[in-house]
Write a protein that binds this ligand. Structure first.
Ligand code: SAM
Length: 226
């Protein structure tokens, strides 16, 4: 039995349905809209606007999945040519035959790029263009160790009720330690318990307007009080 099934979401873009978990990889109200709103606009664009003089922006994604957040980050406008170093963590890479059937409304060039990032070897650094470096880590965050620190965490794990083991204060503490001062964590999840847990490990948490179909999302900021 195939555990992963393609689905079309409300904005016409695809997602994957995980049968065993009874969970989608993205919002059924619009996969593309959700990624753009939560991770690109409230994450990468927010950080670029706030810190235009940072030469490098290090991004860590928990749950690389279809690579949608990654390709949107590559395609994102980068007027100051900041170098983006992107680390995606994924213990269960999606098969290429599913990837080839996803529709994110990309043009031909973008589709080629999308396949290219999926075909890249895992656990090696790749130079996608002069401003974008990508490493895909084939492991779970529980087994991930890094000597690097990060500016942005895209926290895109399955929902807390489906994968509670990754929405814990221990995981948030580890992420807080991996973040640079003023670094941010963005997630589509707006649950009160998640917000309180993020606050309890030190994040200043903002409740932001959510993507279509969701009232709110969260952005945690690592502010070091003087
Ligand atoms: C909500 S889906 C991913 C969405 C993904 N960002 C995308 O745009 O397709 C959650 C992802 O987290 C991955 N995952 C499961 N356990 C994980 C773990 N321990 N660490 C990191 N990722 C995990 C799943 O395999 C899945 O690809």
């Amino acid at each position: 039995m195939n555990n992963l099934q393609l689905k079309t979401t409300a904005d016409g873009s695809s997602t994957i349905y995980h049968k065993e978990l009874d969970e989608h990889y993205h919002s059924i109200h619009g996969a593309l809209q959700e990624s753009v709103h939560v991770f690109i606009k409230s994450g990468l664009n927010y950080f670029q606007n706030k810190y235009p003089f940072n030469k490098t922006i290090n991004i860590l994604e928990i749950g690389w999945g279809t690579g949608l957040n990654c390709i949107l980050s590559i395609l994102c406008k980068n007027p100051l040519n900041q170098i983006i170093e992107y680390s995606g963590i994924e213990p269960y890479p999606v098969n290429l035959d599913i990837i080839e059937n996803l529709n994110f409304n990309f043009n031909e060039e973008e589709i080629k790029l999308f396949y290219k990032i999926h075909q890249l070897k895992w656990d090696e650094k790749h130079f996608i263009n002069s401003c974008f470096q990508l490493t895909k880590h084939s492991k779970g965050f529980n087994n991930f160790k890094s000597s690097k620190t990060y500016d942005i965490v895209y926290f895109d794990a399955f929902a807390p009720k489906k994968q509670p083991s990754i929405w814990t204060s221990d995981v948030f503490t580890k992420l807080y330690e991996y973040l640079n001062t003023n670094g941010i964590l963005v997630t589509y999840c707006a649950k009160g318990q998640v917000r309180r847990d993020l606050e309890s490990v030190g994040f200043y948490v903002e409740r932001l307007k959510g993507p279509p179909g969701k009232r709110e999302m969260l952005r945690g900021i690592k502010i070091i009080k003087k």
